[in-house]
Design a protein around this ligand. Structure first.
Ligand SMILES: *[C@@H]1O[C@H](CO)[C@@H](O)[C@H](O)[C@H]1NC(C)=O
Length: 245
């Protein structure tokens, strides 16, 4: 008797946790709504945006990147892209992009543009053609507040690793690279990731990533982990492996 009394709240909690996770998925890292223009309910822009978003959900998972535009006339045409992190499976990618579209549409209702980032993907749309241009507007950074013991050395090694990964990403078809720096001794190894949206040219990808790396002293000086996340590229480093094998 007593065991069944005990088990029911536990079961309830477990089910609650599962339902909660299933309903709400992962939390976004950050989002911006464009401030320029709004659209009206049932307008051509709304219908083009919905078509665009459905096509991104459909097209992105197979390669991890989807880009497109829908509409014919200025003010009605919607441009968008979705990018999944280079190491996620196509099913994780699909889940992430579809969560992202629901979330950004509810956070930016009637905004003509929006951008949202998750661990596994990002989604961006706008009423103007932004393809092939480095997005210098939308960016943020995240850090692990813990300090490393030898910041000067650690910052230097982190920059070396990420610069190499930036170069590799810019030359790879997926515009994605990950790798680690084995430091040895008592120092920690460093794990890094670099990625660009694939509408950029190789040289703009490298430029975008180098700009992001140059932000590290402002956000993440001597910290055990950091990310600079932008509309066209992102970088991340940690002292633990965070990329799926
Ligand atoms: C990290 O170092 C800074 C500057 O020395 C200090 O202010 C901060 O409290 C440290 N943070 C942690 C989590 O120890």
């Amino acid at each position: 008797m007593s065991s069944s009394k005990l088990s029911s709240p536990v079961t309830f909690l477990l089910i609650f946790a599962l339902v909660f996770q299933t309903c709400f998925g992962a939390n976004p890292l950050y989002h911006f709504c464009s401030s320029s223009q709004n659209f009206k309910a049932n307008s051509p822009y709304e219908s083009n945006l919905k078509t665009l978003i459905n096509s991104l959900i459909y097209r992105t998972p197979s390669t991890g990147f989807g880009v497109g535009s829908v509409g014919q006339y200025q003010n009605e045409k919607a441009y968008g892209l979705a990018l999944c992190r280079g190491d996620v499976s196509s099913s994780e990618c699909k889940t992430c992009v579809s969560d992202a579209t629901k979330e950004i549409l509810s956070r930016c209702p009637y905004n003509k543009g929006g951008i949202i980032w998750y661990d596994n993907c990002m989604l961006k749309y706008l009423d103007t053609d932004f393809f092939g241009k480095i997005d210098n507007t939308n960016k943020f950074s995240l850090l692990n507040v813990r300090n490393v013991s030898d910041p000067a050395m650690f910052n230097y090694m982190t920059k070396e690793l990420l610069s190499l990964l930036a170069y590799r990403a810019s030359l790879s078809p997926k515009m994605y690279a990950s790798g680690e720096l084995k430091i040895g001794g008592e120092s920690k190894d460093i794990y890094g990731l670099t990625q660009c949206t694939r509408d950029l040219s190789s040289s703009d990808c490298n430029k975008c990533l180098d700009d992001a790396i140059s932000q590290l002293p402002n956000c993440c000086d001597g910290k055990e982990g950091g990310r600079v996340v932008a509309g066209s590229c992102n970088i991340r480093y940690e002292i633990y492996p965070f990329v799926k094998a």
